[in-house]
Design a binder for this molecule. Structure first.
Ligand SMILES: *Cc1c(COP(=O)(O)O)cnc(C)c1O
Length: 443
């Protein structure tokens, strides 16, 4: 069923009689000013979610609360980095490009953590020179590399070890990251994580401050996080037994699930962190360890629900299916270039008509993009008003994470603009790419 659902749209969205309004601005006005496809970010919602995670971490862990690092890869721009800064949380970056955005807004390096399974020498140099709080090392090559570059720069770099604890997160294979057979991190079971600890302890330019794990994304129950925490605390305990001192930090990564379609419920930060805190406390007490500073890295959970994509319908057509059924194809002016998630992971979304009341009965519909691929599908199956026609505006909510950040120029389509809305005002935060931008790359 296609109807406005407050659990899936951003907090300051509503369907006011006959149109969608976000942050006090109607979808029609937004489209008249900025065109489609358009990413519309609810600024107050972003700030509220960032604050909620910070507050929940502090409530659950008290003086053992470390940092909430917003995972930049979910979506970052200069304005988003300013909001992250304003919310008083940290930033998790994976590349020199993401780091450059932080630098461009003078984001405090002491609240930046650097990730990535194959950081280049240039990226490592940039991070150490900028003075990032920590680098999460992901491989033996990288221990040598970070150690050598830090030494050359005359610095002692704080590092964490990314551990793959062998936990099966209940999510899609491509967004599950902590079972053994993945490219990320040092496996716990094989002894690689322990070997990494020993190797770092031999390197004078590296200061090992803790362990890290990130088990996957779009996870809805705390069991996977708790299982990972137990395993990592086991390793902290082994460290203490061997070195007679304790590692002060534990970073449990991101991956907190959000609602994409009606019936799903976005994880409550207070609930999940309270459950995690109980497990951490328990395990540390049993192992006679001081509770380490606990950090987390939510990306999707902060930005995902804040954003809605607006599209214009261009064409519709009916197709006869077996058994006398029909399907209505509704083609919009974007597609897999601005939202690859349905094609990549089979992700599901809701859509509504944003510019008018949905008249008449619904029919079995499929929302597709304008790209030259049959798999260019945004919503495989949805009951949408039979009256949907060319010129209508379609709104797809919960597109803030891994939408614009994974956007491509497939078919030489310019990437959409991003507009922030708050208190009845809209302003561009990332302008729409132009054909001239695309041609400017060509020699
Ligand atoms: C992707 C990622 C995150 C964020 O994941 P979300 O599902 O967006 O919360 C956090 N930490 C690491 C290491 C990641 O790779």
């Amino acid at each position: 069923m296609s109807a406005f659902d407050p659990a899936v749209f951003s907090s300051n969205s509503s369907f006011d009689f006959d149109h969608l309004t976000i942050g006090g601005v109607s979808a029609t006005e937004l489209v008249a000013e900025f065109g489609t496809p358009l990413f519309v970010v609810d600024e107050a919602d972003f700030l509220a979610r960032a604050a909620a995670w910070k507050n929940a971490l502090e409530t659950a862990f008290g003086d053992r609360a470390g940092t909430v690092y917003y995972a930049a890869k979910a979506f970052i721009s200069k304005e988003i980095a300013r909001w992250v800064n304003r919310a008083g949380i940290g930033l998790d970056v994976c590349t020199g490009g993401e780091l450059a955005v932080a630098q461009a807004v003078e984001f405090s390096p002491t609240r930046i953590e650097m990730h990535g399974n194959n950081k280049s020498e240039a990226e490592i140099t940039l991070a150490i020179e900028f003075g990032v709080n920590s680098i999460v090392v992901d491989s033996f090559n990288e221990i040598e590399r970070v150690g050598r570059i830090a030494e050359q720069l005359g610095k002692r770099q704080r590092v964490l070890i990314r551990v793959t604890p062998g936990v099966e997160a209940h999510t899609h294979e491509f967004i599950s990251t902590a079972h053994e057979d993945v490219k990320f991190g040092f496996s716990l079971a094989s002894g690689a994580a322990w070997a990494a600890i020993l190797e770092i302890s031999q390197c004078a330019s590296l200061e090992l401050v803790g362990l890290h794990s990130h088990i996957g994304s779009q996870i809805f129950n705390s069991e996977g996080f708790a299982a990972a925490a137990r395993k990592l605390i086991g390793l902290l305990s082994r460290y203490r037994n061997y070195f007679s001192r304790e590692l002060p930090e534990l970073d449990l990564g991101g991956g907190y699930g959000i609602a994409y379609v009606p019936g799903e419920v976005t994880l409550d930060p207070h609930k999940v962190l309270k459950e995690l805190a109980a497990v951490v406390q328990d395990e540390c007490t049993t192992a006679k360890l001081a509770i380490p500073k606990i950090s987390i890295e939510p990306g999707r959970a902060i930005v995902g629900p804040t954003t809605t994509t607006l599209y214009t319908v261009g064409t519709t057509k009916e197709v006869e299916l077996d058994g006398g059924l029909t399907r209505r194809y509704i083609a919009v002016d974007g597609g897999m270039s601005d939202n690859i998630r349905p094609a990549l992971y089979g992700a599901e979304y809701l859509a509504i008509i944003a510019n008018r009341l949905p008249l008449g009965p619904n029919c079995n519909s499929r929302i597709v993009g304008k790209h030259c691929e049959s798999g260019d599908i945004l919503i495989r199956e949805i009951q949408l008003s039979e009256s949907t026609q060319a010129g209508d505006l379609i709104a797809i909510p919960a597109t803030g994470a891994y939408g614009r950040s994974m956007a491509s120029n497939y078919n030489h389509l310019p990437r959409p603009a991003v507009v922030a809305v708050i208190d009845g005002k809209a302003r561009l935060i990332v302008r729409r790419e132009s054909i001239a931008d695309l041609l400017a790359l060509e020699l």
